[in-house]
Ligand binder design. Structure first.
Ligand code: SF4
Ligand code: SF4
Length: 181
């Protein structure tokens, strides 16, 4: 199979610099509103700051892949003397919590790195984080070129089975409109 060069975009999190201002949540929800910047609702953000004020803990986490079932991870981790529940590090929208779910539809949210045409210089949350907690990085990687239409078909069918055709269609329309916007 052919190899292709691909730019991998990531955001490194330097959590010890975070002060919990939540500017990242606000700008993410505004940027992804339809139309863009028409509303602000941090519950719609694709980044959430897990916070325990009394313990001085602020942990920004990006929304990742949706998980259809709960996992068994209920451990507690101690890092630099601070205690974190295992779920705080998880990027998935899953049945055990409301995090990373569209509040109206319940559909899972996922960080799209603010992809747009033309592309932004840096994602919005990186731009607005004045404490430099979020650091945008790009690297080039050689990857297998793989487009498997059957995978797309199976994934779409699973979403339609779970959420219904209308919700899936509405969501795609919103994504398309946001990219064009
Ligand atoms: S904008 Fe930066 S400092 Fe503010 S909550 Fe988000 S990551 Fe933390
Ligand atoms: S990169 Fe864009 S989509 Fe992802 S959390 Fe930041 S603002 Fe939201």
């Amino acid at each position: 199979m052919a190899k292709i060069k691909k730019i991998i975009k990531t955001i490194r999190i330097e959590a010890d610099k975070c002060n919990g201002c939540r500017a990242c949540e606000i700008i993410c929800s505004a940027y992804h509103a339809e139309p863009k910047y028409s509303s602000v609702n941090p519950a719609r953000a694709r980044i959430q700051v897990m916070s325990y004020r009394l313990k001085n803990i602020w942990l920004p986490v990006f929304a990742g892949e949706h998980a259809a079932a709960e996992c068994m991870g209920r451990n507690t981790y101690v890092i630099d003397g601070k205690e974190y529940p295992e779920c705080d590090f998880c990027r998935a929208a899953c049945p055990s919590r409301d995090t990373f779910k569209e509040p109206d539809s319940g559909l899972p949210l996922k960080c799209d790195m603010c992809e747009s045409d033309p592309p932004l210089a840096v994602p919005k949350c990186v731009e607005k984080c004045l404490n430099k907690v979020l650091v945008y990085e790009e690297r080039e990687e050689e990857v297998e070129e793989e487009i498997r239409p059957e995978d797309v078909h199976i994934g779409l069918q699973a979403m339609i089975d779970k959420y219904g055709l209308q919700k899936v269609t509405d969501t795609f329309s919103r994504f398309n409109a946001a990219k064009r916007g």
